[in-house]
Design a protein around this ligand. Sequence first.
Ligand SMILES: [Mg+2]
Length: 388
Amino acid sequence: MKITSIDVVNVKLPPREFSVAPRRESWNETDEVANPMSWYSHVKRHRSLWTNTGWGQVWAKVTLEDGTWGLGSTMHGRPVAAIIEDHLAPQLVGQDGFAIERLADMMFRMTKFYGSTGLASYAISAIDLALWDAKGKALDQPVYSLLGGKLKERIYCYSTGNDIDWYQAVGFSAHKLACPYGPADGLDGLRKNVELIAKTREQVGDACEIMLDCWMAFDVDYTVRLAEALRPYRVKWIEECLIPEDFAAHAELRARLPWQTLTTGEHWYTHVPFQYALKHDLVDILQPDIEWVGGLTTCIKIAHAAEAAGKKVILHAGARTPYGQHFSFAMAAVPWIEYFIGAPPGIPLSESTWLPGMAYAVDGWLEIADAPGFGLGIEESWIEPYAS
Ligand SMILES: [Mg+2]
């Protein structure tokens, strides 16, 4: 089934309407989160002070010769659109759109001369996801069926965010907090981090899991000191403490914290760093982002390698997209799914999904439907030519 076109597009989603008023602002709007730029006081207060590029979301639309089309989304609009339009799309049009492993390998190799990681990886992801969506639609099969079928009828969700009272109210029993302070805040910040986890343990009791996301803010020494201070509160895992490319630091951290479950991977691109992490036993749980790492094809490679090595994969923000949901239902290495909650407390989960009609967690569990492709539910009339 030949690819006839690959276009960069915008998808104009219907505006969200909430049936109730929020109880308060979301943590995502208000809370300070430790990050690699926390050392710079003028942007320390909130990540949005330095991450806003205006690039925004961008989609790839793949059309096959029978007229079937599929959609894949990613981030960092304008430069990613250029990589798709100027380079990847012209090389892929005319190829067999069902030969996705071949196309993924071509894109991985084709971007070598300027680097397959970073922005190129976002572009590759959008095309790869669109190819899987189109293939599923053309064969009238949900993508999880193309992967071998559902391994589970429902999947356990953990919440991500710092509005714990709300997540408890809607039925979650595992919670990942965004760490507010890091090395830039000294001993006082370390003490406040410990106080937050102690308070959360008291709030949720012993029957709930607590995890901590450190968003690349720490160094090895700070991570070790914090982990040791948090040990009485039984934190299930500590996530993404280090600068992603610093593999020597990851190895040192593993050696200094053999008892602590360590996770990372949302800012690793292509399958290669995951392969290295497995080979050198750097972390316990791999966390690729399906819209960033290279798409579904790359995530499958990572999941199979992890399973063979006796490790787990829990996608970054897996429940946020139908892509992550389909993958997580079909892979044996995936025990849980991350449920990021950026909407304010009080807004029902059914009303805060990214796409209208998307599956959402009920009492901390998720089930998905059997619509063909990824079941995105996007009308063709919502698709517009790309404009940055
Ligand atoms: Mg994270």
